[in-house]
Design a protein around this ligand. Structure first.
Ligand code: FAD
Length: 287
């Protein structure tokens, strides 16, 4: 099934992102996570690729295959290109075909100074183009409500996003954000630029202190005063921070749904309990 075909505008599509466990992490736990997520009947579950280093103990496509075959949910396979040659990508695409995995989130990947980029792909749009030459895949891509950190301006970033969509991306997932107004401004820019594919709002519930520090360094999302007050007050009270982080995410989602968002993509850090708590806070709005 094509993920872009899920967006019928009757009800927003809810989806989750999971990541392969690190070498010392358990696949059994991940299976239990997927089992719990499947009971919430998400539109799809995406599986990250290579994010955070190489030390993972299961490949993205093995996990995606299990999501599809064992749990009957559509998987979205993340695939980055900056550290890969065409031959590497060909090999992965062949594997995806063999597993019947059709939906790919085509990404450039972060530039790592210790690992010089390979020459075959410069931007995610190059990968989007290439994937379409290699078979009957459906391609999604990433977008950045506050602009990608490397882009010179929001306008330029939007024009680059337009090129990526014109390369054949039929659905977009946004970077996480904590200020819905920034997302609405981004939607306005995208519309003005003529980008008409469905766009999922990326929401990450912040439930522990370590996560906040990591996230701010990695993605540079701006923290609105209301959010900062919560962090400052509860950062050393884990239970309170979890409750407040979940409530903040639900509040964002309710606002997004009432504004008619296409979909909500939840970065749940492989934590099914958090996913269930958030989902139960807005599921009645989907009926
Ligand atoms: P691009 O779309 O190529 O954009 C990168 C930069 O180049 C931007 O500044 C853009 O404005 C510019 N640009 C784009 N096209 C052009 C053009 N034609 N001409 C000139 N400039 C251009 N990383 C992982 O390693 N693994 C993952 O699984 C992963 N999953 C992600 C999921 C989501 C939803 C998001 C938002 C990010 C994810 N990332 C992941 C991080 C991502 O790889 C980084 O943010 C990376 O820095 C940019 O990737 P991109 O695909 O958006 O790149």
């Amino acid at each position: 099934m094509s993920i872009s075909s899920l967006f019928t505008h009757k009800s927003p599509v809810v989806s989750f992102e999971i990541f392969p466990p690190k070498r010392d992490g358990s696949l059994v736990n991940l299976n239990e996570t997927i089992r719990s997520l499947a009971t919430l009947k998400p539109g799809y579950i995406s599986v990250t690729f290579g994010a955070g280093g190489n030390g993972v103990n299961a490949s993205t496509w093995e996990i995606a295959r299990s999501i599809k075959d064992d749990f009957g949910i559509e998987p979205l396979v993340h695939l980055t290109c900056i550290s890969h040659s065409k031959e590497d990508i060909d090999e992965i695409l062949l594997r995806l075909k063999a597993y019947g995995l059709k939906n790919i989130l085509a990404l450039r990947g972060d530039i790592n100074p210790d690992n010089p980029p390979k020459k075959d792909f410069t931007y995610a749009g190059d990968l989007v183009n290439y994937i379409h030459t290699q078979g009957d895949f459906i391609v999604s891509a990433a977008c950045y409500p506050e602009g990608h950190p490397e882009s010179e301006s929001l306008v330029q970033d939007t024009l680059n996003l337009k090129k990526k969509v014109e390369s054949g991306a039929t659905h977009l997932i946004s970077q996480l954000f904590f200020d819905n107004n920034l997302f609405y401004s981004f939607l306005d820019r995208a519309k003005l630029a003529g980008i008409a594919v469905p766009i999922d709002a990326g929401i990450m519930p912040v439930v522990n202190k370590k996560q906040i520090e990591r996230m701010v360094t990695l993605c540079g999302a701006s923290l609105p005063p209301k959010f900062k007050r919560i962090i400052d007050k509860y950062e050393d009270k884990p239970e309170a921070l979890t409750d407040a982080g979940i409530a903040y995410a639900i509040d964002q989602i309710i606002d997004l749904i009432s504004q008619g968002v296409d979909g909500v993509h939840l970065y749940i850090m492989n934590n099914p309990v958090i996913a269930e708590r958030i989902y139960s806070g807005f599921s009645s709005l989907l009926k």
